[in-house]
Design a protein around this ligand. Sequence first.
Ligand SMILES: Cc1cc2nc3c(=O)[nH]c(=O)nc-3n(C[C@H](O)[C@H](O)[C@H](O)COP(=O)(O)OP(=O)(O)OC[C@H]3O[C@@H](n4cnc5c(N)ncnc54)[C@H](O)[C@@H]3O)c2cc1C
Length: 385
Amino acid sequence: MEDDMPRNIYDEDHEAMRASAREFVARTLAPRAEEMIAGKSIPRDIWLEAGKQGFFGLDIPEEFGGAGVDDYRFNAVVAEEMSRFNAATSSCFGIHSDVCPPYIVDLGTEEQKQRWLPGMASGELICAIAMTEPSGGSDLAALKTTAVRDGDSWILNGSKTFITNGYQADLVIVAARTDPSKGAKGITLLMVERGMDGFVNGRKLDKVGMDESDTAELFFENVRVPDENRLGPEGMGFISMMQRLPQERVGAAVSNVAHAKAILEETIQYAKDRKAFGQPIGAFQHNKFLMAELVTKIEVAEAYVDDCIAAHAEGKLSAVDAAKAKWWSSEVQNDVLDHCVQLHGGYGFMNEYRVARAWRDARVTKIWAGSNEIMKELIGRDLGF
Ligand SMILES: Cc1cc2nc3c(=O)[nH]c(=O)nc-3n(C[C@H](O)[C@H](O)[C@H](O)COP(=O)(O)OP(=O)(O)OC[C@H]3O[C@@H](n4cnc5c(N)ncnc54)[C@H](O)[C@@H]3O)c2cc1C
């Protein structure tokens, strides 16, 4: 893929960020890859190191310990490099550093920003966002977790599931129903902190892929959350989430493409090295054409996602375009990785090969961050249906 079309969204500053992210992967993450798989999570000291290297504070203003760069292209290069290592690290770091901070930066009071943002930038406070519940994730407006006013506090009851960083989370943005009579307009965001009575981080869930990420259930039993932990106005939780989901979805798209591209590059090399019937397996016309198709699919998807990154950096990415990028890139990623497994033959089914893990990891990208069906629903609605 040496003769790829040049990408023109990044300048030398973004490439310098890429170089430092790549070095972080090589020095800090790669040697610990097996430990993260076995522990189903990223160890705390790695979070702290990533914070020290400045990967978490991109969206956080300097006065609160971040870099305050306000240029999404920096987030994108970091996400690309983490995805090249593995999809789970990209997801865990992405939720913590790209998805959660904008909620606090945009909606938080001065006191809330001072309390939480420096720890998030340094990696000391691991953050999660909890929307999905056991009874459903797609129909977010129907969520059942309740928060009832009691003086200057809220009493929170309910549970969330499939929460990325949920087991380790120190701080969770929780969507709760504060007015049962108002549907989507009765949802409020509350910041739940580790150690609050009645808040339990459940077990790490046993997943098909993304072994390195901690994905957990969260339980709230009469948790007293002070009103000073309310994020944004009462009843505005649903709208706040809808406004910020495009950043989560473009981030997912960036990771999907970079993840599949890295494994495809390795697969092309494998197809040059592996011999059958006296020739490299890539030289069989079927495989050569297949890889030609896969490279094309990746580059075309990347071009669309690059346009989304550039638009988002300028604050112009629409929710519909983010939805297109999310569903399309996840289909391309899964398609490419499935063929990469096939090109590896039996080794492609062995966990010790990156391609096998990547194939398992990719399956969830059609489900999370809003399922692909929900993405098409959003796009279809925009067509006037
Ligand atoms: C590994 C992992 C990590 C996750 N991390 C987080 C996280 O950090 N925070 C968080 O809040 N959530 C997280 N999720 C949850 C994820 O966003 C949801 O799983 C997803 O939104 C789908 O919700 P559901 O699982 O309840 O499926 P359901 O909503 O029950 O949907 C089931 C099926 O029905 C389809 N469907 C539903 N409604 C429609 C419709 N209107 N039209 C057509 N089809 C429809 C869906 O597309 C899906 O195929 C994570 C999930 C996983 C697996």
